[in-house]
Structures are given as structure tokens and as C-alpha cells.
Ligand binder design. Structure first.
Ligand SMILES: [Zn+2]
Length: 216
């Protein structure tokens, strides 16, 4: 997908837990060599190197947007500027819209698409109740979409697969409501800018991937 004549692509992806956004992003990374950029990964990596960051994360306190973006600006140096970039869930609050704008202009990039994977509560509940997670490495499995090779055991490290408490229907419903509330104004802004693409996340992984590919 990267070619020398065109500007590299810049995409932002959001979606609620259970929408399968990470799977879709991983497909783009594998097939087209996108650089996947997320603050979760950044904080995990930084907390191994910096005690102050580790302390902040372990405290469970809210991490201010300014600090997140200060770190993200530095962290961006580890990515190839010539490649297509796909950001995952990096605009979580209103004030991060401007911070993200500033980051992109610093690297002379423009957002091509904000892809939002939408999911109804019913579908989220159906999907997450078939979900399991490795008790060692945290890898996600799914009875239909991503079954493990040996029942109940992680493919990677043999860890026991467990169901998480927050995969219970009431927790899922509540989490989705909170997510919708926080993401709505952000989606509104990107819709105004004409870059928002809403993709229904209820079909299969392959069908959703085909929808994503129609954008390129
Ligand atoms: Zn594992």
C-alpha cells in the first residue's frame, strides 16, 4: 500500500470493547504493513523503562491528556514516517482532538479516515459471552471467531483460558453506555470534518475487513 508517489495514509480507529477493532487493525498491519500506534502499548513499554510512568499507571489515577500526548509525541519517533499509520483509540476525550491535530501536523500528516466500529449492546453481549482470555499473556480467544487449538488452553504459552468478570451482560451494557457517551461528541467533530466512516461491527471478521478495504 505504501508507494513513493502518494502520501502515506493516516487512519484513526475507535470502537467499543468487543467490536473486534484490534483484529481489524492487525489484519491491516499484516497485509499492508501499517504502523500500529496506540497509547496502551506506549504506556506498557514506557513503564518498563521509567519508574515515574510505572508509578502513575499502577496508581490507577487518570492520566492527563497533556502528559499522554507529550509522551506520544516522543514515542512517535520510533515509527517509520514513510509508512501508513493506523492509530488505535488515541482520541478518548474532547480535549484530545486538538492534541491529536497538533501531533499530526507536527509530522506533516492529515487524517484520511476515522473508522468507527459500531456495536449494539445485544451483539456485544452475544459476542463477549463467548470470549475467553489467557490467564498468563492476556491473549483473547473466541468460541467462533478465534478458537484455541486445544480446548481451554492458550496457543502461545499453554496458559489456562478464563472468562473475565466484566464480560457479564450487565457490565457489558454499562460499559457500552459509558463508551457511547464519551465517543459521541468526538464522532460528531470528525463527521463535520468529513472523515468519519462508521462500520457495523456485527458481521464476521472477513466481512468487516472487506468493508474496511473498500476505503482504499
Ligand atoms: Zn497465553
Amino acid at each position: 500500500m505504501t508507494n513513493t508517489f502518494k502520501k502515506p495514509k493516516t487512519i484513526l480507529v475507535h470502537g467499543p470493547s468487543g467490536s473486534g477493532k484490534d483484529t481489524q487493525v492487525d489484519l491491516l498491519v499484516e497485509k499492508f504493513g501499517f504502523e500500529k500506534i496506540g497509547t496502551g502499548e506506549m504506556f506498557r513499554a514506557l513503564s518498563k523503562k521509567r519508574k515515574d510512568i510505572a508509578g502513575l499507571i499502577n496508581s490507577g489515577k487518570f492520566i492527563p491528556s497533556e502528559l499522554t500526548y507529550e509522551l506520544l509525541n516522543e514515542w512517535m519517533e520510533s515509527y517509520d514516517e514513510k509508512k501508513d499509520w493506523i492509530f488505535v483509540s488515541v482520541v478518548r476525550t474532547d480535549d484530545q482532538i486538538e492534541l491529536f491535530d497538533n501531533l499530526l501536523s507536527k509530522f506533516d500528516r492529515e487524517l484520511d479516515y476515522f473508522i468507527h466500529f459500531s456495536l449494539t449492546p445485544e451483539k456485544a453481549i452475544e459476542r463477549m459471552s463467548s470470549r475467553k482470555i489467557c490467564s498468563i499473556c492476556g491473549e483473547n480467544y473466541h468460541e467462533i471467531h478465534k478458537p484455541e487449538k486445544v480446548q481451554g488452553v492458550c496457543d502461545k504459552d499453554g496458559g489456562k483460558l478464563i472468562k473475565r468478570d466484566d464480560d457479564k451482560p450487565e457490565s457489558i451494557r454499562k460499559r457500552l453506555e459509558e463508551y457511547d457517551k464519551s465517543i459521541s461528541p468526538i464522532l460528531g467533530e470528525y463527521e463535520k470534518r468529513g472523515v468519519l466512516v462508521d462500520i457495523d461491527a456485527s458481521p464476521s471478521i472477513e466481512e468487516i475487513h472487506a468493508e474496511v478495504l473498500r476505503l482504499f
